[in-house]
Design a protein around this ligand. Structure first.
Ligand code: ADP
Ligand code: MG
Length: 255
């Protein structure tokens, strides 16, 4: 049996009369890169918002991390429990160094975290350096984000999520948005390397090429509902997927 890190059961999010996420049951296995795909407006971001505790008044269902029910816990405690995420629109601070961008993100926004950081500041600094090294960003640590390539900037964004706490699963919301084909391929390679080092991730993207190339398993949402789950091979030929992406070719050469 596979080892489940994140499991949602019947997760539902309602905004007034709109059901943005409808009774979604899915899992993410440890040490795997799981993809979450679906057309614009399918509910992908809303799903991550609900899982990470940002929609307490709109959501219902079950969210489990390593078998422990965490639904209803506030976002900052979920971050402590190992859920790290990136934001679809979050930009880097352009006038401070790459290292400082990670440093800012590494300060845990809880009393426990603040107390720990106060008494053991080097532990946090070590975490920043380890994350830089993990992502191959050490050489660029003193540069400002404007001096980096688009792909490297996106990687700093991933670093900001990773450095926050002891990450059990990293939820990436369209981290490759805006990258050209070459940069997307490079970025995907970096994600694969992280998985190779034992990290577990959920990757949201509407670039089918990226998702089919780098993910171990893929879930697809359409109008808030989980329509299908499978390996890239299974997804590639799935009629539901082709229908949802009609007009876009469903193959890995499509940037
Ligand atoms: N805060 C909100 N209030 C009302 N409707 C929302 C809100 N957030 C998202 N939605 C709606 O929920 C649906 C899913 O949106 P979203 O999760 O952003 O889709 P995706 O990330 O798959 O493109 C859309 O119809 C969107 O308009
Ligand atoms: Mg979205």
């Amino acid at each position: 049996m596979s080892d489940t890190v994140l499991y949602t059961e019947g997760l539902t999010v309602r905004f007034g009369g709109l059901t943005a996420v409808n009774n979604v049951t899915l899992d993410c296995n440890r040490g795997e890169l799981t993809g979450l795909i679906g057309p614009n407006g399918a509910g992908k971001t809303t799903f991550v918002d609900a899982v990470t505790g940002f929609l307490p008044d709109n959501s219902s269902g079950s969210v489990q991390i390593d078998g422990t029910e965490v639904f209803g816990r506030p976002a900052h405690l979920l971050a402590h429990a190992g859920l790290s995420r990136t934001w679809q629109t979050l930009e880097l601070f352009d006038d401070i160094s790459v290292r400082s961008n990670l440093d800012v993100a590494s300060r845990l926004l809880t009393v426990r975290g603040a107390v720990r950081d106060f008494f053991r500041p080097t532990e946090r600094e070590d975490r920043v350096e380890e994350t830089l090294a993990l992502l191959g960003l050490t050489e660029l640590a003193n540069r400002q984000p404007v001096e980096l390539s688009q792909g490297q900037r996106k990687l700093v964004g991933v670093g900001r999520a990773l450095v926050a706490s002891s990450t059990k699963i990293l939820l990436l919301d369209e981290p490759a948005a805006g990258l050209d084909k070459t940069e997307t391929a490079w970025f995907g390679q970096q994600l694969r390397e992280l998985v190779g080092k034992g990290y577990t991730m959920l990757l949201i993207d509407h670039d089918m090429g990226l998702v089919l190339n780098v993910c171990d398993r893929i879930h697809m949402l359409v109008f808030g509902e989980l329509v299908t789950s499978g390996t890239p091979e299974e997804i590639r030929g799935n009629p539901d997927v082709i229908a949802a992406y009609l007009g876009h070719s469903v193959d890995s050469s499509n940037g």
